[in-house]
Design a protein around this ligand. Sequence first.
Ligand SMILES: Cc1cc2nc3c(=O)[nH]c(=O)nc-3n(C[C@H](O)[C@H](O)[C@H](O)COP(=O)(O)OP(=O)(O)OC[C@H]3O[C@@H](n4cnc5c(N)ncnc54)[C@H](O)[C@@H]3O)c2cc1C
Length: 454
Amino acid sequence: MNDSPPVVVGAGPAGVRAAATLAAAGLAPIVLDEAPASGGQIYRRAPAGFTRPYRALYGFDAAKAHRLHDAFDGIRGGIDYRPDTLVWDLKHGALHCLSGKRSREVPYRDVILAPGARDRIIPFPGWTLPGIYTLGGAQIALKHQGCAIGHRIVFMGTGPLLYLVAYQYAKAGAGIAAVLDTAPFAAKSRALPGLLRGGSTFAKGLWYVAALRARGIVMANGIRPVAAEGMDTAVSALRYRNAAGTERRLACDAIAFGFGLSSETQLADLAEIPFAFDPVQQQFLPERDIAGRTPVRGVYLAGDGSGIAGADAAELGGERAALALLEDRGHAVNKPRVAALERALRKIAGFRVALDAAFPFPVDIAAGMPDETLLCRCESVTAGEFRRAARELDAGEMNRAKAFSRCGMGRCQGRVCGPAAAAVLAAALNLPPAQIGRLRGQPPVKPIPMGVGS
Ligand SMILES: Cc1cc2nc3c(=O)[nH]c(=O)nc-3n(C[C@H](O)[C@H](O)[C@H](O)COP(=O)(O)OP(=O)(O)OC[C@H]3O[C@@H](n4cnc5c(N)ncnc54)[C@H](O)[C@@H]3O)c2cc1C
């Protein structure tokens, strides 16, 4: 059984480096990814037939994208790579994988989970109007399809992705109405000493801000969204309060919004890894050590799926987790390389703390969400209905509140509404978020067709 091929879920920066490290040690891992090509989010490959050069697609990160793609292409012949394969369940040592219309089991003894992250959103009145996208969704439209989401776009939210996506749109020639950040300027100033430790990553961020300013794009800090306006067919304006508390109205035909990222942790949950609340990232995360080892034997974690740390950390973490797996199988590993990887990961972790302080998740926006706001769009549950379930039905914990209100019970299984719903519940009951708990991961971790056969 020790010869059974290790399995890697995800072919983003973490999964690719994990697979390459295993392949270099003479193993032939199975690599499963729901996407049609490797690269993950940041180094997503252009569809076949697109001819845009790397520099145009990946900007400053073109060389890194090239290296990662080359690394994967170099091992493809020696591994069992299965693209277009969604891992929708994990139990009893097997992954349940949907490919086409068929579900098959892939047994594993050792698995490295590297499923990445998703946008973290906070619903606000009108957020479901056509023309409103997440920041990541807006970026995929541009990067993957070469489409802009509108002609007069408001970028709103917080985090590095806010400025990166706005910059990418500006560079592509799209019309930008404003870039509105919920993080106060003071938070960024306070975090400056830690941010400076980010070196070239911080410099890239400064460049994006400077480039947006140079184009005369309106930018503001410390804003609070009030509502999106529009008819059934399209968004037409965003109302928000500026840092001084004055309400403003901005005409637009599209909004891209997001408040950082949430780790994709459902498979780790199904693997029965214990979770703990991370006060810096304001989310529950699966327990693992710096090498990616978890308390569950044979299950390793790497990349943003184990905590948001960015693409460079994902590559380092993928390699480190693969080396941990090899060590645990009795292979000799390069100890100086292990030490260097761990040093680099610790350094990035320090910078991430500063980033999270500079762009804090605005818990107050979720906590103060107006009652009429659609909190769970899958099941049409408003913030008011959710609060009522919490207060009147004694739902003092996320899974009880879900059962009583149906919030988080629909197609997305709480992946979209969960983080904001937790903040709403914590505020409604005046409890710390760590006490509110988290929605348990349930299969299927992502929607699958009704008629799936095995
Ligand atoms: C939408 C979006 C856009 C981003 N854009 C940028 C950017 O431009 N620049 C930047 O610096 N950072 C960006 N980030 C953050 C960046 O993605 C990460 O820091 C980095 O890509 C993390 O690498 P990873 O390997 O951990 O995860 P990812 O790159 O996300 O790769 C995870 C892979 O796992 C696959 N996967 C997930 N779940 C399953 C499953 N159940 N079954 C099978 N396969 C699965 C996915 O298809 C994906 O290929 C973005 C994040 C998101 C969510």
